[in-house]
Design a protein around this ligand. Sequence first.
Ligand code: HEC
Length: 127
Amino acid sequence: MIRAAILCLLLATAAGAQEAGGEIFARYCVSCHGADGTGSGPMRRVLTLDPPDLTRLAERNGGVFPTARVIWRIDGRDPLLAHGNEMPVYGDLFAGGDLVIRSETGETIRSTQPMADLVAWLEAIQR
Ligand code: HEC
């Protein structure tokens, strides 16, 4: 009974994170990466680099979702020209480090709740 309640709570939290992440994605990322994350956003035409298909991040990494790389590429620790280098185009939404996220290798990464939500959503759209 209690175990079932805890499981429900965990599932609800995971679903909540994914939903929140989906909203962040819709606001800051769809213009380039497209609503479904496959890279078909309206900005694609004017970009010199094609936005990658974000539904294949795990597939392109031997079946493992590359949590650390994804976080660093979004928050600018691993700068991408298209994201605005060290100053990501979405401003300081992901600045700070009040939350610890565990990477695929067990490494701890300081980040924020919006980033954790975004990562949960990106993981959920993997093929
Ligand atoms: C101005 C267009 C643009 C916006 C806005 C944008 N991206 Fe990107 N993104 C790109 C392009 C282009 C690349 C490929 C850059 C490269 O390979 O150097 C990329 C690369 C990435 C990568 C790296 C993929 C990999 O294989 O490592 C991730 C993850 C990513 N974007 C997620 C996001 C998220 C999440 C957002 C919103 C918070 C976002 N992007 C906003 C254009 C954009």
